[in-house]
Design a protein around this ligand. Structure first.
Ligand SMILES: C[S@@+](CC[C@H](N)C(=O)[O-])C[C@H]1O[C@@H](n2cnc3c(N)ncnc32)[C@H](O)[C@@H]1O
Length: 206
C-alpha cells in the first residue's frame, strides 16, 4: 500500500525555499524538520543540502507514514528515518535519543504555527533553545503579520478561514514570534519575502 500524501503547495514553494536554505544553512550537522507534513519537502531538500543530514518529524501518525513512504520512493542517504515529535511536549522525543553523533545544527519549520494553537510556537522556541548549540539556526517559513497588519488581502481571507477551523489558529505577528524567541535565548536575524505573500525568517540561538 502506498501511504504517500500529496500537498500541491509544496511543489510551488519548494524551489524558492531551497534557494534560501542553501544561503542560510550551516555547513555540517543535522537539520531537524519540524512538522514534515507529507514528506515532499524533505525528499526535495535533502539531496540538495549534503553533507547535512535531514531528520523529518511530525506528531501525526498518518503523516509520518506518508513521510516513510516518500523516503522509500525517493531515497537519499542523508535522510534519517522519521520520528514522532510533538513540539508542545516539554521534552522532545529526540532529546531522549543519543544525538551526540549527529548534532542538530538547524531546525526548519514550514507552515505550522498559523495552523495550530499558539502553544506550538511556544513549544517550538523552547525546544529549539534546548537542542540548538550557540549559533544554531532556526528557520520559519509561512505567512506572517507585521505590526498586526496582514501583508496581503489574500492572507486576511486565509486567516478568516483558519479561524473558522479553530479560533486558536491564526496568522502570527512576527513581533510576537520574536518576543517568544527572545524569551528562549533566540534572536531574529533577518526576514526574506517569498512568493505568494509568505516570509522566510532566520533565527539564531545566542
Ligand atoms: C499545514 S501542515 C504543513 C506541513 C509541511 N511543513 C508543509 O509546509 O507542507 C501543518 C503541519 O503541522 C503539524 N503539527 C501541528 N501541530 C503540531 C505539533 N504540536 N507538533 C508537531 N507537528 C505539529 C501537522 O501535523 C502538519 O504536518
Amino acid at each position: 500500500m502506498d501511504r504517500r500524501q500529496f500537498a500541491p503547495a509544496t511543489e510551488r514553494n519548494r524551489e524558492p525555499i531551497l534557494d534560501t536554505l542553501k544561503d542560510w544553512l550551516p555547513g555540517d550537522g543535522t537539520v531537524l524538520e519540524i512538522a514534515s507534513g507529507s514528506g515532499e519537502h524533505a525528499v526535495f531538500f535533502a539531496p540538495a543540502v549534503k553533507p547535512l543530514k535531514w531528520q523529518t518529524s511530525n506528531f501525526d501518525r498518518e503523516q509520518l507514514d506518508s513521510v516513510t513512504d516518500w523516503l522509500a520512493h525517493k531515497p537519499s542517504d542523508n535522510l534519517l528515518p522519521p520520528v514522532m515529535l510533538d513540539v508542545t511536549q516539554t521534552e522532545w522525543s529526540i532529546e531522549a535519543a543519543d544525538y551526540s553523533l549527529k548534532p542538530i545544527t538547524a531546525i526548519f519549520n514550514a507552515n505550522m504555527i498559523h495552523i495550530s494553537p499558539w502553544q506550538t510556537c511556544e513549544g517550538l522556541m523552547a525546544g529549539a533553545s534546548r537542542i540548538l548549540p550557540a549559533g544554531g539556526r532556526l528557520f520559519l517559513y509561512g505567512p506572517f503579520k507585521f505590526n498586526g497588519q496582514h501583508t496581503a488581502p489574500s492572507n486576511k481571507k486565509f486567516e478568516e478561514w483558519l479561524k473558522s477551523l479553530d479560533p486558536e489558529y491564526g496568522i502570527r505577528n512576527i513581533e510576537d514570534v520574536r518576543e517568544e524567541a527572545v524569551k528562549n535565548g533566540i534572536r531574529h536575524i533577518i526576514a526574506r519575502p517569498m512568493p505568494a505573500n509568505n516570509f522566510f525568517h532566520l533565527f539564531e540561538k545566542i
